[in-house]
Write a new protein. Structure first.
Length: 310
């Protein structure tokens, strides 16, 4: 498939036009999965784009259901049929993208399905898009960096508790509602609709972005892409949608982390357009200045940078 192609406009066109806020010129449906390593690698480019487009871009996550179970799973493109074969692919994703990733989970405690995590994201989504954003990110961090099996309900509930504790969040996570929504018929139906829509478009790879303008023009972008290619797709649909930030390096990083609530050094180097060692030096200085802090400074853990609570 080419870099980007015209997308069918038959699905949810009325919804996209109706939900666009004042000033919004582009809507993206992002087909993803919490257990997809390529989607995790894509976080650096995806978040960078959302940051630069600010209020002119809206997006909605659609859960792709990467692995229903291992009995019927077969990925001939990557020659993967069982959990042990997933580890080498995660290693390759880390080496190719530079995004930190711990493939040892596929030997220590391999997730048996991505469906529980997908359902949990849809349950969080019932509390609003900001909650869904934070919860999906926490699941990605949990499995990709911390080797936590997000197919287990206790991990899904623990991740919800961790999102609730994020400081200065505009919307508070209602844990009781989340527990009730996990098995609610409406949550199951929302996930089923995502799967039906993915089948309608023939989406079998993640990430996949369907980009639409409020005037009905649309494109589809399939698979992991570098930032320049992502920008080319967006600019071809909505010229000048991106706004470069004129902040000094230090202020830019602090503002970026405050928006997303957590970030890896790779993501922050992407925003600055720098090498990792340069960005690491800046981050160390910001920690000393008490402008940022580490989410967990345990030896051997991948550093995640978070804001200083107000």
């Amino acid at each position: 498939m080419s870099l980007f192609e015209p997308a069918s406009s038959s699905l949810d066109e009325h919804k996209i036009n109706a939900e666009g806020k004042d000033g919004t010129t582009c809507w993206i449906e992002y087909y993803t999965d919490p257990l997809c390593s390529w989607c995790w690698a894509f976080e650096a480019q995806w978040r960078h784009l959302c940051y630069e487009c600010a209020e002119r871009l809206q997006w909605h996550y659609r859960m792709g259901g990467l692995i229903a179970n291992w009995r019927g799973y077969d990925d001939p493109f990557n020659a993967i049929q069982n959990p042990a074969q997933m580890g080498p692919q995660w290693f390759q994703v880390r080496e190719f993208s530079g995004m930190p990733l711990d493939e040892k989970i596929w030997h220590s405690d391999p997730p048996g399905s991505s469906y529980p995590a997908c359902l949990a994201v849809k349950a969080a989504e019932r509390q609003g898009p900001a909650i869904a954003e934070q919860y999906l990110r926490r699941l990605r961090e949990a499995v990709m960096l911390e080797r936590r099996n997000i197919a287990r309900q206790e991990i899904l509930l623990a991740a919800a508790q961790e999102v609730k504790q994020i400081p200065s969040q505009e919307e508070q996570f209602d844990l009781d509602r989340f527990r009730a929504d996990l098995n609610a018929p409406e949550t199951v139906e929302a996930f089923r609709q995502d799967l039906r829509d993915a089948a309608y478009y023939g989406i079998g790879r993640f990430p996949t972005l369907i980009l639409r303008r409020n005037n009905g023009r649309s494109l589809i972008l399939v698979g992991y892409r570098p930032y320049d290619a992502l920008c080319a797709a967006v600019d071809s649909l909505v010229p000048d949608i991106r706004q470069k930030h004129a902040l000094p390096r230090e202020d830019l990083i602090v503002d970026y982390v405050q928006q997303w609530r957590s970030a890896t050094v790779h993501e922050l180097a992407e925003v600055l357009g720098e090498q990792l060692d340069q960005t690491s030096q800046l981050l160390n200085a910001l920690i000393v200045q008490k402008k940022l802090k580490l989410a967990n400074d345990s030896p051997g853990r991948t550093p995640l940078y978070i804001p200083i609570p107000d």
